[in-house]
Design a protein around this ligand. Structure first.
Ligand code: SF4
Length: 265
């Protein structure tokens, strides 16, 4: 979907972000491909994105690789995986849930969002990112030209932790194979990781979120590019950081465009 400047301005206003456009920030129109990807020569890629697009490593300082192993080599399918999640009792969280929250969105999506865990609204409705945080996520995605239904949205943890506490390590470990299988089935071009818990677990690090932002990571057995930003629930509590989130979204949009351009060469 392409959105005009007026519509984007309204989305940014909904995000609480002043409307401004950096000199080189041209509007993103799916189908128009940025020209900044390094050509496929023997020279070192000029940017982390170019390095990733070329399937080559950049530097350990700027491109972290997380070790999510594929759980097994057996064939998988969406209905089977969803049924497994909805009936799962692998950790204690199944006892307090109304229902497990599998995911939402297009199962052929090129974009994936990964968050932390369902809250009360999500547990009731069976969908990730509903309620106020979900509305803000929708506005964030719309600001970079992505209708929510075109994005596959999932959480690290599929069942609601009581009182919305942080998930325990054993719960994250028990649930992680489901996310890995979702990534393997979807094979997204880019993952947008929202929030500290999701970022630290997906990237297998205890680095603070501030250090994980602003770079392109690789995650999983498929080395999927991933970019980290704030959780919408955090942004609702800390609106001053919305401007930083907008920087992350622009990086994600630019990275996706460069990866898409490299894929069609
Ligand atoms: S949180 Fe994950 S591992 Fe735990 S019961 Fe729910 S689906 Fe199973």
């Amino acid at each position: 979907m392409s959105i005009g400047p007026g519509l984007r301005a309204r989305y940014l206003e909904a995000l609480g972000i002043d409307v401004w456009v950096p000199r080189n920030d041209r509007p993103f129109l799916p189908g128009t491909l940025p020209s900044s990807v390094a050509p496929a020569t023997g020279r070192a890629p000029a940017t982390p994105v170019a390095a990733l697009a070329a399937g080559r490593s950049f530097s350990p300082e700027s491109a972290a690789t997380a070790a999510i192993g594929l759980p097994d080599a057996s064939p998988d399918d969406w209905p089977g995986l969803q049924a497994e999640v909805l009936g799962c009792t692998r950790c204690a969280l199944h006892r307090g849930r109304t229902q497990a929250v599998f995911a939402s969105g297009d199962r052929a999506a090129r974009w994936m969002v990964v968050g932390e865990a369902p809250g009360a609204d999500e547990d009731r409705q069976g969908e990730p990112f509903v309620g106020r945080a979900g509305q803000l996520l929708n506005a964030m995605l719309a600001a970079i030209g992505l209708p929510r239904p075109d994005v596959f949205v999932a959480n690290m943890i599929k069942c609601r932790p009581p009182q919305n506490r942080d998930p325990k390590p054993e719960e994250l470990a028990a649930c992680r194979p489901y996310l890995e299988r979702q990534v393997r089935l979807l094979q997204p071009t880019l993952i947008l990781v929202v929030g500290r818990i999701a970022a630290q677990n997906l990237l297998a690090t205890d680095a603070p979120l501030a250090r994980l932002r602003g770079q392109v990571h690789r995650v999983g057995g498929l080395n999927t590019p991933a970019i980290v930003t704030y959780h919408p629930a955090y942004l609702l509590r800390t609106p001053a950081d919305k401007r930083k989130a907008w920087e992350d979204l622009k990086l994600a949009r630019r990275t996706f465009g460069e990866l898409a351009a490299a894929a069609v060469r």
